[in-house]
Design a protein. Structure first.
Length: 152
């Protein structure tokens, strides 16, 4: 099968592992955290991961809608003997489906987490600079705790 445009063979194998296993690849098939961070710096990998996330979200919405439809059919049958816990479970499923449709997930494209230099200063990307930073009351994010030998 051809490689995903703009990605390496290892990246393509990792992304395609989600197709074979909806819960994601097993832990031994995940790249090391440093490798994953390096991959996330590449725009092509970010786009592929964003597309994968959209596909998985669509799949989950589709399954939830189908399950809620089946739950509504069960509740609509007058002769069905539904116990109280089952009735609550079916109603919760319908409510969850309604909430997913009423409040769709709106998330921006995948962004790389903030980076910090060796002195604990935050490194900003160009798009993070706003007019609010020019304000005298602007508070920068806290510095991460320094970790080292003998420190918690």
């Amino acid at each position: 099968m051809p490689r995903i445009d703009g990605t390496t063979n290892a990246q393509t194998t990792f992304l395609r592992a989600f197709r074979n296993n909806p819960a994601g690849p097993p832990p031994d098939q995940w790249p090391a955290p440093a490798v994953l961070r390096r991959w996330l710096r590449r725009p092509c990998f970010q786009r592929a991961l964003t597309t994968l996330r959209e596909v998985l979200r669509f799949r989950a919405d589709f399954h939830l809608t189908a399950a809620a439809t089946q739950a509504a059919r069960q509740l609509a049958q007058p002769d069905s003997a539904i116990t109280a816990p089952d009735y609550k479970r079916l109603l919760d499923l319908i409510r969850l489906s309604h909430l997913r449709q009423r409040f769709p997930a709106e998330d921006p494209d995948l962004v790389i987490p903030s980076h910090w230099d060796e002195f604990g200063e935050r490194l900003y990307r160009d798009e993070e600079f706003t007019d609010a930073m020019d304000d005298d009351n602007f508070v920068s994010p806290p510095k991460p705790a320094k970790q080292g030998i003998g420190r918690p």
